[in-house]
Design a protein around this ligand. Structure first.
Ligand SMILES: Nc1ncnc2c1ncn2[C@@H]1O[C@H](COP(=O)(O)OP(=O)(O)OP(=O)(O)O)[C@@H](O)[C@H]1O
Ligand SMILES: [Mg+2]
Length: 358
């Protein structure tokens, strides 16, 4: 039942979708997800967690082992890639080396049966949009990495796909160019209102470009939310550590009143926003720049010892040994560094402590 006569960016829905390889490998385990039309959703997670498999199931390059996949109003679960109206930009760009930029961008339109005039008009339109018109006669090996990346994007959007997929599109670029191109992708997505699903294992990149970030771990969804929600309110140790490298410390939940929990961190008692979970022995997360170091002897702090102090330009980085474990602490005060071996007090602001569910 392929009646995908609808055009324009579409919503994608996963309903309990799994992908298994043979008897032993579950690459994606019963995930349910909504990718709203016109938004950029990022799949973020460590190597092997199932990001690419999820993306390829949207494209129809892998078939789901169970569950349903919808694009717009169409159930596409059993449809081949060619019937899905989805384009994918690969990490390697996969440009045709023997074709010019213009020919690369025109190719998909030609095989879709557009007239010569329509192909030429659409291709030059998109090339202009991406500032590639001056390069249209060049071959891929005559382009920089960033330019090749842009041609790959042009080739994908010229087909006006209902969903545009990116699999680690920036990994071949250097750090500075990566920042620039990721913003370019985001600007284009917003200007054209595209539905984009974007895969990366770089948390900063994910926070920078996304409307919604889906953190994956071990073939499942660990947490989903806006960049700010994930950064400020991680729910588990895994997410707290993966997003922004928060410190995770063991705590005891002494009391819960509505949204407020009292937690014991060693000898300290702190009030923090309550998070789901009912166990007494749990963990809190605290960001490296939210830990205050002061001279030893503060009664409202943990006693600790500086193990390592490193000057890294705009800040100091400390490894601090506390009774609850090791903490990574950053401080903007580079003028008064604390030497390794010094005893210090480690204090927290209550609103900076996030109680985790595990
Ligand atoms: N064709 C296949 N046959 C068997 N196992 C596969 C196949 N493709 C992927 N897998 C396995 O499925 C799991 C998920 O792979 P996937 O490529 O989706 O990970 P990923 O999150 O994209 O990782 P990376 O960040 O390394 O690209 C991995 O354990 C992988 O080894
Ligand atoms: Mg991958």
């Amino acid at each position: 039942m392929n009646n995908s006569t609808q055009k324009g960016p579409a919503r994608v829905v996963f309903d309990k979708v799994s992908k298994r390889y043979g008897n032993n490998i579950t690459a994606v385990d019963e995930i349910s997800l909504d990718f709203p039309a016109g938004t950029l959703v990022t799949l973020l997670g460590p190597s092997g967690c199932g990001k690419t498999t999820t993306l390829r199931m949207i494209a129809g390059l892998e078939m789901a082992s169970s569950g349903r996949i919808y694009i717009g109003d169409d159930d596409v679960t059993k449809l081949p890639a060619t019937a899905r109206d989805v384009s994918m930009v690969f990490q390697s760009y996969a440009l045709f080396p023997h074709m010019t930029v213009l020919q690369n961008v025109s190719y998909g339109l030609q095989v879709s049966g557009f007239t010569k005039d329509a192909v030429s008009a659409k291709a030059s339109d998109v090339l202009k949009q991406l500032g590639l018109d001056v390069l249209s006669a060049r071959y891929p090996n005559e382009l920089s990495g960033g330019q090749q990346q842009r041609v790959a994007v042009a080739r994908a959007i010229v087909l006006e796909p209902r969903v545009l997929l990116f699999d680690e599109p920036l990994s071949n670029l250097d750090a500075k160019l990566r920042r620039y191109v990721r913003q370019e992708i985001r600007d284009l997505q917003q200007a054209l209102g595209l539905t984009v699903v974007y895969v990366t294992h770089d948390q900063e990149e994910a926070l920078a470009v996304s409307d919604t970030v889906v953190v994956m771990n071990n073939a499942t969804i660990a947490q989903k939310g806006s960049p700010r929600e994930l950064h400020d309110r991680p729910m588990t140790q895994f997410v707290a550590d993966f997003i922004g490298g928060a410190n995770v410390l063991p705590c005891e939940v002494a009391d819960v009143q509505g949204n407020l929990a009292t937690v014991r961190l060693g000898a300290l008692s702190l009030k923090t926003n309550h998070c789901e979970g009912s166990a007494t022995q749990r963990h809190v997360a605290v960001r490296p720049n939210r830990v205050t170091l002061s001279p030893a002897g503060n009664p409202n702090a943990l006693e600790a010892v500086i193990q390592k102090a490193t000057y890294v330009g705009e800040q100091m980085e400390y490894m601090v040994q506390t009774p609850l474990g090791e903490l990574f602490v950053t401080s903007a005060d580079t003028n008064n560094p604390i030497a390794a071996g010094m005893s210090v007090s480690v204090a927290f602001v209550e609103s900076d402590i996030v109680l985790l569910g595990d």
